[in-house]
Design a protein around this ligand. Structure first.
Ligand code: GLC
Length: 476
């Protein structure tokens, strides 16, 4: 049985800041079901300690001496739905309130990646496949090739795969890290392989050294080859075009299921879709909106960043609130957006709510209670929320980019096909135009609206097909 190790910086049910955590919390299980030994390794952050420490098993402890590191390490483990998760403990680096955004991030994730190799040697666990995700684990392949593989044949044999969840975040640091933190030869900088804008780039290292690379949708895999979405890496990516795959994300359809979700007020299926409105009433009550089953409720669950298109909503808010709707937005992010949303909420009391925080419970209630879901992203490698909203029969309004384009089928009024509403150009007028179409359909043509909801609930958003594609990529 082939052994696969996922190396990542976050994963559910332990810790989440973005969609990466959803993938790390569900894709391994899907691959495991196909007959592979899949494990995951994550850093042990404070939040994981708070919630899970009593359940963690101590696997091993050792002192790690490499480059400028000389530190004690403990490795813990925990099993989630059949998948073993390893956790790398280091108080100085990971027991902080947040996860990323510290000035020593380069050093922290250099440490993490060294530990993963030390752990393999210590546990005599040698994966056939090392599958790394986003910049935090971008140096795994080069460390395998130019350092740990030179010392150990088992490590040298491993194949390396890398998934780009978001090319915007690249892990770019001063070139001195190459020698000081990674103990790699400086010639790898001089010959250009690790060099990006006069520094070291973890992302570039992954693109150059992995056997295969993928992003989380076909459209995004194509978009990043151009200047607009290539984030400066387009030329490097083009060199690897033949090894670049696009594999769309799935979701955990057992946990995200309106039929069995225990956090929502009323369960429902395609057949009992009329029951869905009870969730609207529940959400309105809980958030202090005017309670009415007839009003069109528009929801959004998102990180508040420019990537997610929050600015389009804010720019057009007056017109949007001029429609006969209620608006609920959940998320945290850039301060200016949070501030603007808070101000707007005051202007539209009982019609608009901004929930400034993360809550799995309220998110689920929004997916279940809303009629329309907003995701007007500037770019979107895949996007997970639109998949969840469709599964809950809540029609997404999305921009035709990345995974949004690949997963949401636009409404066609002639043959009644579609699972949502889409617009092409990133501007507030086009966004508003389709949102208004969606709201009009809700009020003026409930039959079609319902047909779309049924279409949306029927599409396959499971990991099944994509897990097969990952296995194909591992074997290509
Ligand atoms: C990132 C991307 C998002 C994707 C997720 C998981 O958060 O922005 O589009 O769905 O990673 O792959």
């Amino acid at each position: 049985m082939e052994k696969i190790l996922f190396v990542a910086a976050e994963g559910l049910p332990y810790i989440k800041s973005g969609g990466l955590a959803d993938v790390i919390g569900s894709l391994p299980q899907a691959i495991l079901k196909k007959g592979y030994d899949v494990r995951v390794v994550l850093p042990l952050y404070n939040k994981i300690i708070d919630k899970f420490f009593d359940e963690l098993k101590l696997e091993t402890s050792f002192r790690m001496k490499v480059a400028s590191f000389d530190q004690p390490v403990r490795i813990f483990s925990h099993v989630s739905k059949g998948v073993t998760f390893y956790f790398v403990e280091n108080q100085g680096y990971f027991e902080r309130d947040g996860m990323y955004g510290y000035s020593d991030d380069g050093e922290r994730y250099a440490f993490f990646q060294h530990v993963v190799y030390f752990m393999m040697n210590d546990l005599k666990y040698y994966p056939d496949i090392i599958h790394s995700h986003d910049w935090h684990s971008g140096m795994m392949a080069v460390l395998g090739r130019h350092k740990y593989g030179l010392q150990n044949k088992e490590i040298a044999k491993a194949r390396h795969y890398f998934t780009i969840h978001n090319l915007l975040f690249q892990g770019n640091f001063p070139s001195s890290l190459i020698v000081d933190q990674f103990d790699l030869p400086y010639s790898l900088y001089e010959d250009g392989s690790l060099r990006f804008h006069d520094g070291l780039s973890f992302m570039k290292a992954a693109i150059v050294y992995s056997d295969k690379i993928n992003t989380v949708s076909n459209t995004y895999a194509h978009e990043i080859l151009g200047e607009a979405f290539g984030e400066g890496m387009q030329d490097i990516l083009r060199l690897r075009e033949h090894d670049l795959w696009g594999i769309v994300n799935g979701i955990d359809i057992e946990s995200q299921n309106p039929e069995t979700d225990t956090t929502i007020a009323q369960n429902y299926t395609v057949k009992t879709l009329t029951q869905k409105e009870k969730n609207k009433l529940d959400l309105q009550k809980q958030l202090g909106l005017r309670v009415s089953k007839d009003v069109c409720l528009v929801g959004m669950v998102s990180r508040l960043s420019f990537q997610k298109g929050v600015q389009l909503i804010l720019l057009k808010l007056k017109d949007i609130m001029g429609l006969d709707i209620q608006l609920v937005i959940l998320g945290t992010g850039e301060q200016q957006y949070e501030y603007d949303l808070r101000q707007s909420e005051n202007m539209y009391k009982r019609r608009m709510v901004y929930y400034g925080g993360y809550s799995d419970e309220i998110s689920r209630k929004i997916y279940a209670g809303a009629d329309i879901f907003l995701m007007p992203s500037l770019f979107e490698p895949c996007g997970i929320s639109q998949l969840i909203s469709m599964r809950y029969g809540t029609l997404p309004v999305v921009r035709e980019t990345g995974g949004l384009k690949d997963t949401v089928i636009p409404y066609n009024q002639y043959d009644k096909t579609g699972t949502g509403f889409t617009f092409r150009h990133f501007n507030e007028e086009d966004f508003y135009y389709v949102l208004r179409q969606a709201v009009d359909l809700y009020y003026e043509n409930p039959t079609d609206f319902k047909a779309l909801q049924k279409n949306a609930m029927a599409i396959d958003v499971s990991w099944d097909k994509s897990a097969d594609l990952y296995i194909q990529m591992y074997n290509a």
